[in-house]
Design a protein around this ligand. Sequence first.
Ligand code: DAH
Length: 342
Amino acid sequence: MEQLVQQIEAYKQEINLFDAKTPEAVEEFRIKYLGTKGLVKSVMGEMKNVPNEQKKAFGQVLNEFKLFAENKYESLKENHQPEADSHQQIDWSLPGDPIAAGTRHPLSIVRNQIVSIFKRLGFAVAEGPEIEDDWHNFGAMNLPEDHPARDMQDTFYISQNPAWLLRTHTSSVQARVMESQKPPIRVICPGRVYRNETISARAHCFFHQVEGLYIDDNVSFADLKQTLYFFVQEMFGKNVKVRFRPSYFPFTEPSAEMDISCLICGGDGCNICKHTGWVEILGSGMVHPKVLDNFGIDSNKYTGFAFGMGVERITQLKFQVNDLRLYSQNDVRFLKQFTGVI
Ligand code: DAH
């Protein structure tokens, strides 16, 4: 055994001095020391000739020798990884791993389109809080406490403080704008609103509106019509027909609702337009003088128009989405259909 240990020491010296200049030399090293007929294997074969009481100690020497040779081999290999080699292993022409593209929510797509159309007409965007007080949501908009129109808007009150509520319409943002700005005012206010309604295909407890407000001297109903007419053409195309119907809102006088010819059936009559050929898309009117007075805007000098539209309704007409619940179910099969639509 003494002799074998000396022999192993000699091999280790040799290994230490071994220098490989080429990948072929590295391979030679592997064959000579670590190959199936290599020196490491052959000294291991000597184990059977070692007396039993020395086997344990010799086993250790052998293991150490094997590790020594393997480590040397690894370091020789590292020095011989030619650049060209690693390039050959990577096929640069393969397509990359796809990064799944996100999808904008259809309501965001349509809201952005609405906003961009009005921006082109010089409207600025204004926002307000979703938790409102009674004054901004109702009082200032000419719905005093006992006003019957309050019943039209089933309100969620905040239980800790019933002076607060979830805004029922974006008209509350009109109030906040008039409170802080002087005419000329030209804003649109996109936002989420809440009403205590049973959730169904046609109603939801929250939805989205875009409010518009334009106050200056000499603003007339003709300006209102022209602005909204422009909007409809930009949004739905030149062939869509528009009609105004007299209506009632406490914050406007006169008031009108605007219908467009049904995009689903082209006016022939279908479920969406309840077989009338027309679909209502917004409420509008000339700002009530009382509302202007509430904010110290001289109603003898200034006039204005306002409108409010539902983003879900416009989206329904644009993308033929017939169930309001789809918008908040987060079903990727629904959402994916809008990938790439901007
Ligand atoms: N606030 C109304 C609603 O939620 C919509 C509306 C109608 C807004 C007429 C207006 C308007 O600004 O002039 O039903």
